[in-house]
Design a protein around this ligand. Structure first.
Ligand code: ZN
Length: 300
């Protein structure tokens, strides 16, 4: 049976048709057009799937990777930075439109599943995958299956509390991981400390990492302070996971995972905080890049 995977993102919808061994037959990317509302997004996805069904010369399975968490009771999308999806049951709506079964999972679970089966996590029984991008999320894969948990929140790493009286989070709590080590949170923190004009995370790393030992730059102490706080928060956030789950491997994804120092100093910061004197959990970069979403959807 061929597989169709759809990755629904805030700016683009990506679709892929693969054979049963996950080899790509066709791949297509279209804009999300959030401004035209939910029904327009639904229509775009439907048409993309119909194109793939027509192209496939055999039966297909269909999986969709969505931003935001899914409610266990209702199947509705609970929170998402694609606002018009909130409160919608995209799985049922697509099923009715296409008259075909649809599997659906959030992006962190799709990422973790794809990396476990096709990427950096192969041959590992217990994998913890994290996305550090615009938002922060996590997924737990046990023996090749997504672990959802009793309340369907297993792996919701982005909203566990790092600092009791810490930053306010949109979820209503304070001190969530996402408010410290998501891309926007890191940028905001640096720009609040900084003496220079606003910089993107990419610019901050590119500019100051290469000048780390040039102490004549007046803004360098601010960068070093920011970097140390980042490492401390990253270390604590993942040490908490290891203390409870003790995974075989941790795989990092999302834009923030491109920062090289997470894999040496970041890893050491995690190890320092774990409740064990022997610790060698691999903390590695993803292998599938932006493709984890579509392949994760195919694997559902
Ligand atoms: Zn939160």
């Amino acid at each position: 049976m061929n597989k169709i995977g759809i990755d629904l993102g805030g700016t683009k919808i990506e679709g892929i048709l693969t054979d049963e061994n996950y080899q790509t037959i066709t791949r297509k990317r279209i804009p999300t057009n959030q401004n035209n509302g939910y029904n327009s997004i639904l229509d775009s996805i439907k048409n993309l799937i119909l194109e793939f069904i027509q192209e496939s010369n055999e039966k297909v399975s269909i999986g969709v990777c969505t931003p935001g968490a899914l409610s266990l009771d209702s199947g509705l999308i609970k929170n998402s930075n694609t606002q018009c999806l909130i409160g919608k049951n995209i799985q049922n709506d697509l099923k009715n439109l296409l008259n075909h079964d649809i599997s659906i999972e959030n992006d962190a679970n799709c990422f973790s599943l794809a990396e476990t089966k096709l990427g950096a996590g192969k041959d590992h029984d217990l994998v913890f995958g994290v996305i550090m991008g615009t938002g922060v999320g996590g997924g737990i894969i046990i023996d090749g299956n997504i672990h959802h948990g009793r309340s369907n929140i297993a792996g919701e790493w982005g909203h566990h509390c790092l600092h009791v009286n810490g930053n306010k989070c949109y979820c209503g709590n304070r001190g969530c991981v996402e408010t410290y080590i998501s891309g926007p949170a890191l940028e905001k923190h640096f720009n609040d400390l900084s003496l220079v004009d606003k910089m993107s995370l990419h610019q901050i790393i590119k500019f100051y990492e290469s000048r780390y030992h040039q102490d004549d730059d007046p803004n360098l102490p601010n960068f070093k302070k920011w970097r140390q706080i980042f490492l401390d928060n990253f270390g604590l956030a993942l040490a908490n996971v290891i203390d409870i789950l003790d995974p075989d491997i941790i795989i990092l994804g999302g834009g923030v995972s491109n920062i090289d120092f997470l894999y040496d100093e970041g890893k050491n910061s995690v190890y320092d905080k774990v409740f064990s004197d022997v610790i060698d959990t691999p903390i590695v970069k993803n292998q599938l890049g932006d493709s984890a979403g579509v392949f994760g959807a195919c694997l559902l």
